[in-house]
Structures are given as structure tokens and as C-alpha cells.
Design a protein around this ligand. Sequence first.
Ligand SMILES: NC(=O)c1ccc[n+]([C@@H]2O[C@H](COP(=O)([O-])OP(=O)(O)OC[C@H]3O[C@@H](n4cnc5c(N)ncnc54)[C@H](OP(=O)(O)O)[C@@H]3O)[C@@H](O)[C@H]2O)c1
Length: 331
Amino acid sequence: MSDTFAALVIDKEDKTVSTEIRQLTLEDLPEGDVLVDIAYSTVNYKDGLAVTGSMPIVREYPMVGGIDLAATVVESSNAAYAPGDKVLVNGFGLSENRWGGYAQKQRLKSEWLVKVPEAFSLEEVAAIGTAGYTAMLCVMAIQDWGVSPDTGPVLVTGAAGGVGSVAVMLLAKLGYKVTAATGRVDEAGDFLKKLGAEALIARDELARDSKPLERETWAAVVDTVGANTLATALAQTRYEGIVAACGLAGGAALPASVMPFILRGVTLRGIDSVMAPLPRRQRAWNELAQLIDHDLLATIYSVEPLSKVPELARDILAGHIKGRVVVDVNT
Ligand SMILES: NC(=O)c1ccc[n+]([C@@H]2O[C@H](COP(=O)([O-])OP(=O)(O)OC[C@H]3O[C@@H](n4cnc5c(N)ncnc54)[C@H](OP(=O)(O)O)[C@@H]3O)[C@@H](O)[C@H]2O)c1
């Protein structure tokens, strides 16, 4: 075992956020009952915010970024985990107040770990990552609400992004008729159709001032965008339909009316992946293992080196990333 290992550290001085690859030692790592060798992390929208300092995601500096990790256990004082076990972590404060996945080693609390389902490699669970697991949480909310493929069409906003592309893939696999809303109809239209979208609509059709109630269209919605897009989606949701809201890529405001709630019985369901309890995570990962088509998954991500994370962080905030980005922390 080499004495030092690489980590991408986010730091802040005089209100300026910077990143640097540093060599750390095991003594530098935080406390925890499991030590892991990390194979992969990822770049999510939240990583973009944390790495660039565009939003106060990081609460304590210096911070090892990366809200996801896929890793192999090296040491564990919890009998539930043994050296060689393949594990993953999504969220649980990584890159906020706990050191995360942009490092070759990490010490973690065993209660954050999910065992990698046998169906997946470490690279594949990273390709799914927080974005894909959140997409699954949204789909579970829609299913649990009782919306079936026969109920009516489902809208996915921000569809060419990480959460959106996996949501399209999962819903299509389950037999739902998916309409994908994207700002990149020309560039990403074929990509979304291959993932199973039946129809495409331009982002601008939703990102506008809406009426309190518009034509009842969607049985359910997965919204990754927020702001006026979410307000329009609510106004177009059918009687007793559901909107699973998980994102703010278009803004955190919600300029909406109560009319969809009180006249159509529409449900707005908030989705949080970060602190979701372990049984729900386990269910999501078990369902992902059943639903993900490995060949299709391979078409939605690229693998990039740790040194490229700052550039990718800027790219994801600019809306330039299609699908998912896996970070190989050992290159
Ligand atoms: N609640 C949770 O636990 C949770 C978990 C994961 C992610 N999230 C949130 O979900 C959102 C998506 O995350 P992600 O990792 O999938 O990010 P992403 O890959 O960047 O996807 C976001 C997508 O939203 C669309 N978009 C970007 N800027 C927009 C704008 N100004 N107006 C309208 N649409 C815009 C783009 O899709 P098109 O090009 O197709 O339009 C973009 O690809 C983020 O806000 C993230 O913070 C929340």
C-alpha cells in the first residue's frame, strides 16, 4: 500500500473557492469504521455547484469533493463489511460536511454504505450514481402513487441531463409513454429516443409564465428543473396526478398557483436523495438492478480522469453535459 494517495481538495480563502489535487495520507482522513479504495466517483449538478463554489454546498473547508463513490472495502470494524466487499455511497453529506469520492481512498461510516448489487460493476454503479438513484426514487414515487403505464403519459424535464436521461430510460423500460422536455432537441433528440422517449418537447414550451390551469396532459412528471418549468408542469398535470420534484437546474423559485392542488387534486412530491433512509436506497438499487439495460447504460456516460473534474464542473452547470460523467480517480 503506497503511503500517499491523490485527492481533489476544494478550499476557500478570502471568499475565493479553489481546487487542487493533493497527496494525502491515511492520517489525513476523517474518522469512520470502514476504509475503502475508491475506483470511481462522478460529476453531478451538485458537484458542479460544490467544485465551482456557485452555491454554498460545501460547509467545511478543506473538503474532498464528490457526492458519489464506488469502492472496495480495505478495512472494516463493522462485521457487516469485509475486505474485498464492493460498496457504494450516494450523498449522506459527502462533499458537504463529509469528505467524498474525489480521492483514491476514503474513511466512511458503515451506515452510509450500500452493497453493490451483483448485477453491476463498480463502473456501472458510478454511471448510475446519485443522478440515476434519484431518478429511481422519482419513479418509485410515481409507482407508489398508483400511476401505471395505462394511466397516461409521463413528462421528464431536463431530460438530456443525468437524472433526466436515467428517468427516461427507467420509465420507458417500465412501459410508460415518456415525453422528454429538453433544451437540446436537435443535439439530444436521437439520444433521448434511443433511451425510450416517445415524444420530445422544447424546454421553452414549459420554461415560461403559465396559467394557473392548463390542458390536462401528464399523468405524472419527473421534474429536474424547478422554477417556471415546474409551475407549468403542475398546471398541465391531470386530475389526481403526481409531480416528483427533485431539481433546480432552472432555478429554485416556484412561481405557481394552488389551483392544480385544490381543483385537480394534484400531488407535488419532493424527492431527496441525500438523507433518504437506507431501506429506501436499498429498494431503489434493487429496482435499478432489475430495470437497467447494461448496453443502454453504456451509451449514456463517459469516463474521465480526476484532473478534469474542475472543467466538467463548469460544463455541467452550463448545461453542456449529456447523460452522465464517471470519474476514474486512479487516472
Ligand atoms: N433532490 C435530490 O436529491 C437530487 C439528486 C440529484 C440531482 N438533483 C438535482 O436535479 C437536477 C439535475 O441534476 P443532474 O445531476 O441530472 O444535472 P444535469 O446533468 O446538469 O441535468 C440538468 C438538465 O437540466 C436542463 N437544464 C439545465 N439548465 C437549465 C435551465 N436554465 N432551464 C431549464 N433546463 C435546464 C438540461 O437538460 P436539457 O439540455 O435536456 O434541457 C440539463 O442537462 C439538479 O438541479 C440537481 O441539483 C437533486
